[in-house]
Structure formats: structure tokens, C-alpha cells
Design a protein around this ligand. Structure first.
Ligand code: NAP
Length: 346
């Protein structure tokens, strides 16, 4: 079966992730006739640019999934919980970008380069991880080839598009207001994000961690099949449009030489090294935006631990952190013959 025969629905096509998913499909020359753009009733009838033409958005309803082979859902959790079972019952594979099903033991949570084989046991829904988890597990999967990992500590520097299209508009508006010497208004975040940094991503739990921090911990353990992995996270929102960065400290069962780490990371599918700090070469959100790779650099011995390595990464949260990973999951399912379509049963 040709990939392009698959009939795709993008639920949330008007959002930040949905827009990138459409760009990626256009880059693949996916025929517009095989894509249904869906969103809420508010957007029904809206035209979205696609390749050299446009797509007309329809409201996502249970019946709109008739004839769809793969439904990518990039809306909030309540939408996923309501619509995913409807899409599955109409024969579609759902690849869900949100957190609704990620920790459901019956739903694979997949980064193809790390645990692609987990798509084998899907029963209709596959989840993608949080956009901070994906680049982290790729780096950890590369490094654990050197020695078992005993502890991970991460601090994130997360772009506003991680919150969605409205947050980007807020950063733009606040930045313009700041430049004009006007008052800054905050509605998406509890404080201004322009000229500021918020140690606050998602809601706070009783243990002092946030929902985002718990997601990184739980999702990393699930994807890596390491349920007891000691991992601590601090998630921070920064005034960057796109691409999340992370400062990562990893401890191993034995010392791992930074050169060995460099080799393992650069050989890993989907990771690119940018590691010449003395000539100012290191990963940055500015240079990783629009790119597919997870960029890793600043690789060094952790001076505080004999078996520790420290590094820095940056990754486009809308591409590999969301839409690209979702499309790669579809590719993985197809290549393993695990997609049922009306046209084919491969
Ligand atoms: N942003 C990231 O970096 C990232 C990364 C990984 C995963 N995700 C996940 O991807 C999902 C979407 O994120 P986003 O950043 O793209 O959000 P967003 O920019 O706020 O877009 C939300 C989308 O959901 C649609 N929607 C809202 N209510 C709907 C409904 N009742 N039925 C159908 N569609 C509805 C919206 O359509 P309207 O325009 O009609 O309101 C819009 O297209 C979230 O679950 C998020 O957790 C995001």
C-alpha cells in the first residue's frame, strides 16, 4: 500500500501543532484529497493554506471519522477522550498528541527511534509523549548503550508554542507592548512571559512538582521500560517562540567518557551534535526551530559525580516534539503492517 492512499484527519488543524502537521504533510506531497482538516464548530468553514491550495475545516464530530484511516488528534484532553473512541469505533487508528491516554497501560506511548516496537500492541490508539519528554528519551536511549542509567536530573527551558497558538500571540503582543513602553497584559499565563521566566508549567501538585514535571517523569519511565528510573525535573517557561531546551545531568552505573557519549549521541537516529562551545557552537532554540533533529551539545563530565555526564539539548517542540513524531508513528505502524484501512489490510 502506498502511504499516500491513507486517508488522514487532522483534528486541531487550526492550532499550533495542527498547522505544523499540515506543513509536514505538504512536504511529503500528501494529496489534499486524502486529508480532512477538523477543528471545533468555531472554525467550521475556515480555509487553511495547504501546499498550493487550501483545505476547508469541518467540525470534528463522531461521524466525521467515517472513512478516515488515521486520525491525528491535536486538541485538548477532553476532545481526545470524547472523539478518539468514536474514531476507533469507525475503523481509524488514532494518534493522539495530548495527555489523555499517555499513561493508559493499554495505550503505547511511542518515540519511534526509542520504542518503535511498542506500536505492535496498539489496539486503536497510540499516544505521543509530551514535547519535553521526546528529546530527553532520545538522548537517554542513546546514552544507555554505554551503561545502565542510575539517575537523571533535568531542567527545561520551554517555548511558548508548547502552550499553543494563543500563547504565541500573547508573547508577540507583550513584546510589542514592551517595546512601545505600554502596559503588558497577561491572560494565558499568570504573569507576563515577555522579559520574564516562569518556573511554572502546568498545575502544581501537593508534592511541589507540576503536572508537566510529573509527565516528564512518568512518560520517560514508560517509554524506556524503566519503571523505577530515578528522575527529577524542573519545568520552566521562557519567552522563546518555538523549540524547547533542556539542561540534563545523567548518572550511570560506571563512568562514561564524554567522547563515548558524543559518539553514541551522534550515531543515534534523529540526534545531531552541535558541540564546539569554544567557537560558540551549541544547540539553541533559534537554530533548532523548523528542523527535525534533536540537537545536543555542551557534553561534559559532571564534576559533581564520578559517573555523571552533563549536556544541553534543543528540539523543535512542534515538529519532533509533536507533529513529526506523530507522523513517524504512522510510518512505523505502516512499515510493521499494523494499519488496517478500507482500501487495504496491510
Ligand atoms: N504545542 C506543543 O508543543 C505540543 C507538543 C506535544 C503535544 N501537544 C498537544 O497537542 C495538543 C494541541 O496543542 P496545540 O499547541 O496545537 O494547541 P492550540 O494551538 O491551542 O490548538 C488547539 C486546537 O484544538 C482545536 N479544538 C478545540 N476544541 C475543539 C473541539 N471541541 N473539537 C475539535 N477541535 C477542537 C482548536 O480548534 P479551534 O481553532 O476551532 O478552536 C485548535 O485547532 C494538546 O493536547 C497539546 O498538549 C502540544
Amino acid at each position: 500500500m502506498q502511504n499516500q492512499n491513507i486517508r488522514i484527519a487532522i483534528v486541531g488543524a487550526t492550532g499550533a501543532v495542527g498547522a505544523v502537521a499540515l506543513n509536514l504533510l505538504a512536504e511529503r506531497d500528501w494529496p489534499a484529497s486524502r486529508i480532512t482538516a477538523m477543528a471545533s464548530s468555531r472554525s467550521a468553514g475556515k480555509k487553511l493554506p495547504y501546499a498550493h491550495g487550501e483545505l476547508t475545516v469541518i467540525e470534528a464530530t463522531p461521524d466525521s471519522f467515517e472513512g478516515v484511516d488515521v486520525a491525528f488528534i491535536s486538541a485538548d484532553s477532553s476532545v481526545s477522550k470524547r472523539l478518539a473512541p468514536e474514531a476507533v469505533s469507525r475503523g481509524a487508528l488514532v494518534i493522539d498528541d495530548g495527555s489523555a491516554f499517555r499513561m493508559d497501560p493499554a495505550v503505547p506511548l511511542v518515540v519511534p527511534e526509542v520504542n518503535g516496537a511498542d506500536v505492535e500492541w496498539h489496539s486503536g490508539i497510540i499516544s505521543i509523549p509530551n514535547c519535553t519528554t521526546t528529546p530527553l528519551v532520545m538522548a537517554l536511549a542513546a546514552l544507555q548503550q554505554a551503561a545502565p542509567i542510575t539517575r537523571v536530573t533535568v531542567a527545561t527551558y520551554q517555548a511558548v508554542t508548547g502552550t499553543g497558538a494563543a500563547a504565541l500571540r500573547e508573547l508577540d503582543a507583550q513584546t510589542s507592548a514592551y517595546a512601545a513602553g505600554e502596559e503588558l497584559h497577561a491572560s494565558v499565563y499568570p504573569h507576563q512571559i515577555a522579559m520574564n521566566v516562569l518556573p511554572h508549567v502546568d498545575d502544581f501538585f501537593d508534592d511541589g512538582y507540576t503536572g508537566e514535571e510529573h509527565k516528564m517523569i512518568n512518560e520517560t519511565r514508560k517509554i524506556m521500560h524503566l519503571p523505577g528510573l530515578p528522575i527529577s525535573t524542573t519545568c520552566v517557561r521562557v519567552p522563546v517562540p518555538t523549540s524547547h531546551s533542556e539542561a540534563v545531568h545523567v548518572e550511570f552505573e560506571r563512568p562514561v567518557d564524554p567522547e563515548e557519549a558524543r559518539k553514541l549521541l551522534s550515531d543515534f537516529d534523529g540526534i545531531a551534535l552541535v558541540d564546539a562551545p569554544r567557537s560558540n557552537q551549541y544547540p539553541m532554540p533559534h537554530t533548532s526551530t523548523g528542523r527535525d533533529e534533536v540537537f545536543v551539545g555542551r557534553i561534559r563530565k559532571d564534576l559533581s559525580h564520578p559517573n555523571g555526564i552533563a549536556f544541553w539539548l534543543s528540539c523543535d517542540n512542534l515538529r519532533k516534539g509533536a507533529a513529526l513524531n506523530a507522523l513517524q508513528i504512522m510510518d512505523e505502524v505502516v512499515s510493521r503492517g499494523r494499519l488496517q484501512t478500507a482500501a487495504s489490510t496491510t
